[in-house]
Design a protein around this ligand. Structure first.
Ligand code: GLA
Length: 407
């Protein structure tokens, strides 16, 4: 987490001495296992991490939203003018105050999250006439650590606090998902906002994406999580993610044509998987094999983690990587190489690609006494060979999004 006192001082400098009124923090997340199954009614097992987005805000009497993003070094101002409110009287969603019209300056991607949150909150009758927002983050962007859900959740929490309203974490997670899907155009599942808003310190979140029920699995004391950023950025909206989603939907509809009793991937039993895959064309058969086996692995992984059986847990992480590489085809040769390199280091239980794939981060479950050797080994082989700048982050499972005390 960026030092919150520094963010408050930066807020004052940016907004001519204005006094901060609220501060909110939302973490990023890593998924331990259960990849590409959140949009297929599956189970996921993410943890919140300690890196994340901090938002400091104050109300403005003028009908304007001013926002500065420190990571993007970019300032945007939107009018929420009375003229606009008059214009909006006929439109239900825009009939509230605080909904930004077109920005005065050109937009960049982060601004769509801010406007998306303001619009979605206004639809829930939570709005403010005007506000100044200062956004800072220590999460690497496009690394698969969910910087976007973290941004949306931190802004939503800060605005709710400014408006003097509260919203349940589950509803806020749904709202953040709508922001990403409807205002930014990424057809993501529910895992990221739920992890960011509902995780618990020192625990993983076992979330059933079919009915949104969840429980917290305690992490054993001899477990350390390493996040290794491959240095290969990924871009979710680039199209690969959306293509995998389409493949999953097409495969399910072909399966339903033949077996009308199957309505969801969760209705497929392991013992019928072979027959179902045999009847599907490639590559849909492989995609289905990944989904069904990954849901099963996640169920088992949560149990082994809770029982403190890290050897079995690690084997499932390894199997998950193989499935993402061979069946779901979301890895890259360079990522596979990094995974194999880390897997042979001392004290490793298991290693896999995490997040959407096509670059980004890998994770390793590791014994805490043995982590020191890993970094120099990765630098001297992977970085040197690929001219990459990998980064190893040791991640303790952190707390969910929250309001911060102002100093
Ligand atoms: C991205 C999406 C998530 C999830 C993962 C893959 O992070 O935002 O909803 O689908 O990819 O597991």
């Amino acid at each position: 987490m960026v030092n919150e006192i520094d963010v408050q001082s930066a807020f004052r400098r940016q907004f001519d001495g204005l006094r901060p009124a609220v501060a909110a923090f939302a973490p990023g997340r890593v998924n331990l296992i259960g990849e590409h199954v959140d949009y297929n009614d599956g189970l996921v097992l993410p943890v919140a991490i300690q890196l994340g987005t901090t938002v400091v805000a104050a109300p403005l009497s003028e009908p304007v939203i001013r926002a500065f993003s420190a990571p993007f070094n970019s300032f945007v101002e939107w009018p929420s003018t009375s003229q606009r409110q008059q214009d909006a009287e006929s439109s239900t969603a825009a009939g509230h105050t605080g909904i930004p019209a077109a920005p005065i300056q050109p937009t960049s991607a982060w601004t769509r999250y801010v406007t998306g949150v303001l619009i979605e909150l206004a639809r829930e009758s939570i709005s403010i006439p005007g506000a100044a927002l200062y956004i800072d983050s220590d999460l690497p962007v496009a690394a698969g650590l969910s910087s976007s859900a973290s941004l949306a959740a931190a802004v939503a929490l800060a605005i709710c606090q400014l408006a003097g309203k509260s919203m349940g974490a589950g509803n806020m997670a749904q709202l953040c998902r709508r922001v990403e899907r409807d205002h930014v155009g990424v057809p993501c599942g529910i895992m990221d906002p739920f992890a960011v808003l509902l995780a618990r310190e020192h625990h993983a979140l076992l979330l059933d994406c079919r009915d949104e029920k969840f429980s917290h699995v305690p992490l054993p004391s001899d477990f350390e999580l390493l996040i290794i950023d491959s240095g290969l950025p990924r871009e979710l909206s680039r199209g690969d993610y959306a293509e995998r989603r389409r493949e999953c939907t097409s495969a399910l509809s072909l399966i339903r044509d033949r077996r009308p009793n199957i309505q969801s991937y969760r209705d497929i039993r392991m013992d019928e998987l072979l027959d179902i895959c045999d009847a599907l064309p490639a590559p849909l058969n492989s995609r289905v094999r990944h989904i069904i086996t990954e849901i099963e692995r996640t169920k088992l992984a949560a149990k082994f983690l809770g029982d403190g059986d890290l050897t079995q847990f690690g084997r499932l992480l390894d199997a998950s990587h193989a499935s993402l590489r061979d069946d779901f085809a979301v890895s890259l040769p360079q990522i596979d190489e990094l995974v194999e390199l880390v897997r042979v280091q001392p004290g490793i239980y298991g290693v896999r690609l995490t997040g959407a794939g096509f670059g980004g981060c890998i994770i390793a479950a590791v014994n805490p006494d043995t982590t020191e050797a890993i970094e120099p080994n990765v630098r001297s082989s992977y970085d040197v060979k690929h001219g990459a700048r990998s980064q190893i982050l040791s991640a303790l499972a952190g707390s969910p999004a929250r309001i911060l005390q102002l100093s």
